[in-house]
Design a protein around this ligand. Sequence first.
Ligand code: SF4
Length: 352
Amino acid sequence: MKEFIEAIEKLSKKIEKQVNLMEVCGTHTVSIFRHGIRSLIPSNIRLLSGPGCPVCVTPIEDIDRMLYIAKQPDVILTTFGDMMRVPGSDGSLYKAKAEGANIKMVYSPLDALKIAHENKNKKVVFFAVGFETTAPLIAATIAVAEDKKIENFYIYSVHKLVPPALEVLVNTEELKLDGFILPGHVSTIIGTKPYEFISSKYKKACVITGFDADDILQAILMLLNQIINNEPKIEIQYKDAVKEEGNPKAVEFLYKYFKPVDSNWRGIGVIPKSGLKLREEYSSYDVEKVFDIPPIQSKEPKGCQCGLVLRGVKIPPECPLFAKICTPENPVGACMVSSEGSCAAYYKYGRS
Ligand code: SF4
């Protein structure tokens, strides 16, 4: 680590301007805070946190729609623990559960499928959240449901794809990004090709990175080298896990079941082809084909600045509610719920 820090210091002196690097992975955000990496690097290297937490980028409209579904007769709604705590317009799924809705927390979509198998007289809905990393697992769960002829299992997919969001960020004038610390887990699936436009079209530096402090420091060093040499490219620092081609079998399997669609991101808005929906052939598993969800007027929590935090335009302490009204025990917005959210990471590690 010492060698990397010294090399970063040396290179940073060759760059006369401020360098803005963004990480777009919640695990990186937490690791950067946990290891105090911001305090280890020179002040002209600025690390920004982007929309890398899938729970955080799920807009409030989707929480409200799931609250509606959870309150329908004969429904069991299942989802991951963090989603239960995200505030909707009228409380969270936890609150709805306390008020009598049949909502179960699961660790995997296969747990949700098991619940469907054991409750044939109920409609079991899985609120599916995540990036390219979890989507193949959802596809595998549909495959098992088909195989076992489980017909009371439905998916509400708010899955997101990372590369289209990067194009929005790179075009966000306020950020003036010079490069990205690219996500390790997502890249094990998609490889390097989907990111190529960032270096070829936008001339930004990119390094796919692991999660330890020395991985991140090495990635910063690699990014600075790309910037100084004016050689933007997609480099892999996390070579133990990521191959240039990614995992083509997982990608093929994923797109057998899902197709890319325009998707709404909290704080960013609709990004073309940045979400995943089940293909027509599998629409019998699509909750929106089975339930008629009426239009819902969602209300963002008053004063919450998750949108600006997710775009990297503001840091959590710049939100007036941070650590005063909004805490991990009493989250006002999604970014304080998940341990991978920027506000939760700042709250835990970033307060002096
Ligand atoms: Fe929203 Fe709370 Fe973060 Fe403020 S501190 S942006 S209210 S989650």
